[in-house]
Design a protein around this ligand. Structure first.
Ligand code: SF4
Length: 697
């Protein structure tokens, strides 16, 4: 697309902003619009924290959606007479812009999606047969042209929805949540006793008797246009209906469906080639890996065998021979797994292919067996039978078993690892997202990843390999603050903060740490946030502070895993001067807004390399190379760094204490906006940095 057209898009979007956007914010909106309009398959946008990227996304995506819709409406009446690449409003700036959108990108038909359109009842799959064709076509219309927006938590989704409320666009927004968040049936909730599997099972088997399900009438009761999770709960409270199923129905009518990462893969099939936007995308890959990993214990397998045998005994005369045949195969598989769990040693990886041969997979018609366990009715019947005699902790053993078998068969040695954990549990752990990312490519129209700290981009390389070069774009945007407002100091402290082995210099490290904090805090006004490598080191330093009765000129707060009030307490006094000590990757290192006085400095002690004890990490490094280890570490560092500057008028200093940070291989992995702000020192001797801001404090 040529510069002139891009300029016009930019100007047009600017008019829609309800406030004056930052330059880079507007560029991001324009680039999102262009990406969607051109049909770029995978777009990755990195814009530093505090640059208003969520709002930029709203203007980019919603302007496109508005144009896409109006195009659909007027297409019959008016054919574009101009250049294909130049819709009317580009050629004639005076024409009503709403009537002249970019051309809708070609949507490649996804046969599988056309065949199976999943409607409100998540237990039912409707086949696309000729007799139902007209009816489903009507419904399917509303499944097109949707944006699925996903982020990590419901509170992030709520923030995004609040931003949409600020905009001038008229869109319908719905939020999808799990039953854990949206079930309101107290009797079912208390029976489930916080067990998610049990809650799902109880709802699926009892919903027809649930009064909230029975009084569900979405069109009449849920009349507003925009729903976050609280809106769903409050409307449902008024009309005593089920917000979980209401959300599913509302999402069919919505333009934008907001969902946490964990529900993306299971909800994507309900729409036809949606636009998928992943916000805070640095967390996305690891969240997917967690969702798709699974395990099965000896105890669960014994329960399953008992349950299937009882079921078979009770119903063997009533069920078909085929069902008995598959039940026998499941029994056989369960017994083989028990034998293997008992004989394999923990501490070693199991070769997937060999293992499948050992448990007899090649002798089974596995495709048919998978189809059998994928049948929800059948699974529920067996599951209910097994679970009726079990306590809560073992609930849904059969569900775990089915997931385990499916993942085992569908995965590869490159994508998952298999090993025995302590307590006789076999774990199938996903270490790469190849198949999930491929599914996202196949099922979406466009994929947009957005984040403040996405570099290093290693995990997105998978996309690059899987789409054409022109179908992949990466853009980064400068920070909105000037160089004078944020600087990074790497301090080459004498002792390295390395915890690979038990640190013999612990006492010296404590002395060094205290001395540096003492030195730095004198020069920094208001609040300082410090990130240590581990909770263990943080606790050791806390004990050392107590034992030595160390004094600080500011009030000091230590983060504890179980103390959510610590941030509030720190925030109350930060203006007068306070220090908050936390951990890289801990609850305060991401998503917390330490704006202005809450963080005039962020200090990171040590390069926070994760513990190499984990099988998953070792394999990921083996497959992806040592760079992978540096990449995930530096992404966590960049996240902590992102806490310090939250808006255009903010300012603060960053301190990284460890000489390894000044090595080129790590230095080049700092976010691009920081690269020209780095100074390396051997010790900290004070700073003039805050002089010019004194009158602001
Ligand atoms: S239908 Fe809704 S309210 Fe009733 S049990 Fe299921 S999720 Fe809970």
């Amino acid at each position: 697309m040529n510069k002139e057209i891009e300029g016009r898009i930019r100007e047009r979007i600017k008019q829609q902003y309800p406030f004056t956007p930052y330059q880079s914010q507007l560029d991001l909106s324009k680039d999102i619009y262009v990406s969607l309009a051109q049909g770029t398959k995978v777009s990755i946008f990195e814009s530093p924290t505090g640059t208003g990227k969520s709002y930029a996304l709203i203007e980019g995506a919603l302007n496109y959606l508005d144009d896409l819709k109006s195009n659909t409406l007027i297409k019959q009446k008016q054919k574009t007479q101009n250049d294909d690449d130049m819709p009317d409003w580009f050629n004639d700036p005076d024409i009503d812009l709403k009537l002249n959108p970019l051309q809708k990108p070609i949507v490649h038909e996804n046969k599988q999606q056309k065949k199976h359109v999943k409607l409100i009842d998540d237990d039912a799959v409707f086949d696309y047969s000729s007799s139902e064709e007209n009816q489903i076509n009507l419904r399917a219309q509303s499944l097109n042209d949707k944006i699925i927006y996903c982020s990590r938590t419901h509170s992030q989704l709520k923030q995004f929805i609040n931003e949409i409320r600020r905009s001038k666009h008229k869109v319908r927004v719905s939020t999808i949540g799990s039953r854990q968040h949206l079930c309101v049936n107290q009797s079912i909730l208390s029976k489930a006793n916080n067990n998610v599997n049990k809650l799902n099972h109880l709802c699926k088997t009892n919903k027809k008797q649930c009064s909230y399900f029975k009084s569900l009438d979405t069109t009449e009761q849920y009349i507003q246009e925009i729903f976050d999770i609280n809106d769903l709960l409050s409307v449902s409270k008024k009309c005593q209906s089920c917000p979980y199923y209401a959300a599913k129905e509302l999402s069919l009518q919505a333009d934008i469906i907001c969902t946490p990462y964990q529900l993306l893969m299971e909800s994507i099939d309900q729409y036809i080639e949606p636009i998928i936007i992943v916000d805070e995308a640095h967390n996305f890959g690891s969240a997917l890996l967690q969702t798709e990993s699974c395990e099965i214990s000896l105890n669960q397998l014994n329960i399953i065998i008992g349950g299937i045998e009882d079921y078979r005994k009770k119903y063997h005369q009533r069920v078909k021979a085929k069902t008995l045949y598959y039940l026998n195969q499941l029994l056989q598989l369960s017994k083989s797994l028990i034998e293997k769990i008992k004989t394999k040693q923990s501490g070693n990886l199991i070769i997937l292919l060999d293992f499948m041969v050992e448990i007899g997979i090649p002798k089974i018609n596995i495709i048919k067996l998978i189809k059998f366990v994928q049948n929800k009715d059948m699974r529920q019947r067996i599951n209910g039978f097994i679970d009726s005699t079990q306590n809560v902790t073992q609930y849904c053993s059969f569900e775990c078993f089915c997931k385990f078998i499916q993942q085992l068969i569908l995965t590869s040695q490159k994508e998952s690892i298999l090993y025995i954990e302590k307590q006789n549990t076999m774990k199938l752990s996903k270490i790469n997202n190849y198949s999930s990312f491929q599914a996202l490519i196949d099922k979406s129209r466009n994929l947009i990843f957005l984040g403040g700290t996405l570099q290093p981009l290693n995990e997105f390389e998978i996309f690059k390999e899987r789409v054409e070069q022109i179908d992949f774009t990466f853009k980064e945007y400068p920070h909105i603050i000037s160089k004078e407002r944020c600087q990074l100091l790497i301090i080459n402290a004498e002792l390295e903060y390395s915890f690979k082995q038990k640190n013999e210099n612990l006492n010296q490290l404590m002395i060094q740490t205290y001395s540096l904090i003492q030195n730095i805090e004198k020069s920094i006004p208001e609040g300082i946030v410090i990130f240590m490598q581990t909770y263990t080191f943080l606790e050791q330093f806390k004990q050392y502070t107590k034992a030595q009765n160390l004094q600080y000129s500011k009030q000091i707060f230590f983060d504890e895993k179980q103390n959510p009030q610590i941030l509030e307490k720190y925030s109350e006094v930060a203006k007068k001067g306070a220090i908050l000590l936390s951990v890289v990757g801990g609850s305060l290192s991401e998503g917390i807004n330490f704006s202005d006085h809450l963080a005039r400095a962020v200090i990171i002690f040590g390069v926070p390399y994760p513990n190499l004890d984990s099988f998953e990490l070792k394999e990921q490094i083996r497959i992806n190379g040592n760079q992978y280890y540096d990449n995930i570490t530096m992404r966590a560092v960049n996240q902590c760094i992102g806490r310090v500057i939250r808006h255009k008028n903010d300012y603060g200093l960053l301190f990284l204490i460890d000489k390894r940070f000044s090595e080129e291989k790590l230095k080049q992995k700092f976010s691009t906006w920081l690269q020209n702000r780095i100074t390396i020192q051997n010790d900290f001797k004070g700073t003039e940095f805050f002089e010019s801001f004194k009158k602001l404090i």
